[in-house]
Design a protein. Sequence first.
Length: 260
Amino acid sequence: MSPYDPSAHPPFAVTVDLVVLTVRQHALCALTVRRGEPPYQGRWALPGGFVRPDENLAEAAARELAEETGLRTQQPVPAGFGAAGPYGTGGAHLEQLATYGDPNRDPRMRVVSVAHLVLAPDLPAPRAGGDARSARWAPVDDLLQAENGAPGEEHRAPLAFDHSQILADGVERARSKIEYSSLATAFCPPEFTVGELRRVYEAVWGVALDPRNFHRKVTGTPGFLVPAGGTTTRQGGRPAQLFRAGGATLLNPPMLRPEV
């Protein structure tokens, strides 16, 4: 290998930021933390932090999620990159979203962030930790309206850094992916009704869907849903059949968003 001088290149840091989405009270909500340190001290932001020298990106994302909120992801950390420790198991879906590298995105230094998308069923109130002063679930509509200049209270102030753009990208990724994949079931408990799944689609897309058409589409899509062999009355009314996610990862035909 030819001589290489690291000092010939400007240093920069790598961080991970997390767009954590869930459905609470029939609304799509994102996890935000109040920053306890500068810059943007006291402002709401997406959870995340710097990648350590001895961890890969998935490990960093899972660790930050656990440290700042107490939540866990369901995917094990890839083999060959160190032990998963307490961060690699649990009940959330984790995937890479995009990379953000504007030179001025962080006032401390040049920082490149690899954002991750996390989807999970209805989750309890998170607990703050690490350098986060507090943590909360906030309706996505409120957070995005704040970025677009809509008037409102303090809790609708724009997110720190470029996190409003990262959030918007994560929301659009979730909205598009549930069109052609079975990922909507990641917002559901292990056994769910068609009505509960429909309310996930309605919350993520922000539209009302016809119950009969929706039932026909999802039960008629090969591999999407599998009968769980039971019923429930937890939604009120007559007993409703319970389903589990099937083996299909891609939906054919897809569940296309209604035009709004």
